[in-house]
Write a protein that binds this ligand. Structure first.
Ligand SMILES: [Fe+2]
Length: 227
């Protein structure tokens, strides 16, 4: 019997097109957009909605001709979600004397690792850009009326073992002093935790992650996770 080989399936390119995020308070769309602009996004649509909130489309890189990738859609946390989170908080006694012990366990797990829950990772091709951006955010967190108390910054440096990488990070104003390390080598992570956005089981915050991989190291955080 003659078997006719099936033609090899053509490669179909697939990429992540967009993510949809919610800012927590209906009147804080402009503040959420401002934070994403500091993180390198560009607002391409800003649509006022009848309820007073705003719907946004942002691009991670507005210089790239395609407009179907690297998109963030951003809207206010819907009323039904706000009601659900309120019911969860009420039911679990969040922040009260009778708070359910699961809440403290959840918070401590979140505090120990910014990658614990849902978060958004952004790959950046310049370590200096990450250092500058984090310095900008530190200044905003310390002295900007809108951002004060709303953002928390954290860094992971590469695990030691590559002399050039280690020397660069030892000299870094951002990564030189962090005791935290990445789950892998030859890369860094800078985290921006903020309660301007809602995510996670309690809808309290979201973490953005800025990543840099040192060029010339095929063995890195994104090719090999080390736990
Ligand atoms: Fe991550």
């Amino acid at each position: 019997m003659n078997m006719v080989a099936a033609p090899a399936a053509a490669h179909v390119r697939r990429t992540v097109s967009h993510i949809a995020l919610n800012y927590r308070n209906p009147d804080e769309g402009p503040l959420a957009a401002r934070l994403l602009e500091v993180l390198g996004f560009s607002v391409v649509q800003d649509i006022p909605l009848p309820d007073g909130s705003r719907f946004y489309q942002l691009l991670i890189d507005a210089t790239v001709p395609t407009r179907a990738e690297g998109i963030v859609y951003m809207s206010a946390l819907p009323a039904a979600d706000r009601a659900l989170y309120a019911a969860i908080r009420e039911g679990l006694g969040v922040g009260r004397g009778h708070e359910h012990p699961a809440v403290a366990s959840y918070r401590s797990a979140q505090a120990s690792d910014p990658e614990y829950g849902f978060h958004v990772g952004i790959l950046v091709e310049s370590l200096e850009w990450i250092e500058d951006t984090m310095a900008k955010l530190k200044a905003l967190a310390e002295s900007d009326r809108q951002f004060k108390g709303r953002i928390n910054l954290l860094c992971n440096r590469s695990r030691r073992g590559s002399p050039e990488v280690d020397a660069r990070l030892d000299a870094s104003p951002l990564f030189g002093t962090t005791p935290r390390e990445t789950y892998g080598r030859n890369a860094v992570q800078a985290f921006v935790e903020t309660d301007i956005f809602a995510a996670g089981a309690l809808g309290e915050k979201l973490v953005f992650e800025l990543d840099y991989v040192f060029p010339g190291y095929p063995d890195n955080m994104f090719t090999k996770t080390e736990l």
